[in-house]
Ligand binder design. Sequence first.
Ligand SMILES: [Zn+2]
Length: 235
Amino acid sequence: MKKQSVMDMDVRSSALGNGVLKKPVTNRLYQTSTMAALLDAVYDGETTLDELLQHGNFGLGTFNALDGEMIVTDGVVRQFRAEVTIDSPKTKETFEELVDSLLGNPNLFGAIRFTGEFQRVDTRTVFCQCKPYPHMLEVVKKQPTCTMENVMGTMIGFRTPVYMQGVNVAGYHLHFLSEDSKRGGHVTEYRLVRGQLEVASISDLEIQLPRTEQFAKADLNPESLSEAIRIAEGG
Ligand SMILES: [Zn+2]
């Protein structure tokens, strides 16, 4: 059997990108940016995963905003993010403080996933509405709420920068799903016992705006925007 060098192996599909893949040049080292730049906090690059895989199928690296360790084997990119074990109870406030410290830069979005044991989770959901649709603040007055105690599950969501209020919900927006997938909803209050926390900062944002008549006529900059979001989202 013909012995192959690592760089002779065929590039297969990327787990995170689906660009047009070319066979890379063999026995050639490709590098983007430098270690010295990384040491000086240059954590964002310009190379996409698809572009990276045009140059090889084996390698090491990191991601924009230093978001985990990159391992590339057989043309498949894998991302290993920081995972933190929480082994002492946390309130909403102390949990958010911990996530803030892990995410660092408050001007980037953050993605959050906590899996483990909850002493208590308060959630709400919303009823499906009929046209003509009532205002969101009318809808949430009738929202069904649920309190779960001593439950295992996953809480996921985002931390949105303050300057994005209105485009999204500034601050934390988390949803809960019980381990048996039977209960869940928008989280309004919680207390964690223990579990695994994963966070990632996000520096790419894509928003698609509706081209509907309702969106064209909507008042998207009311004076009471922040207060309305606080009431609607229970923040
Ligand atoms: Zn929600």
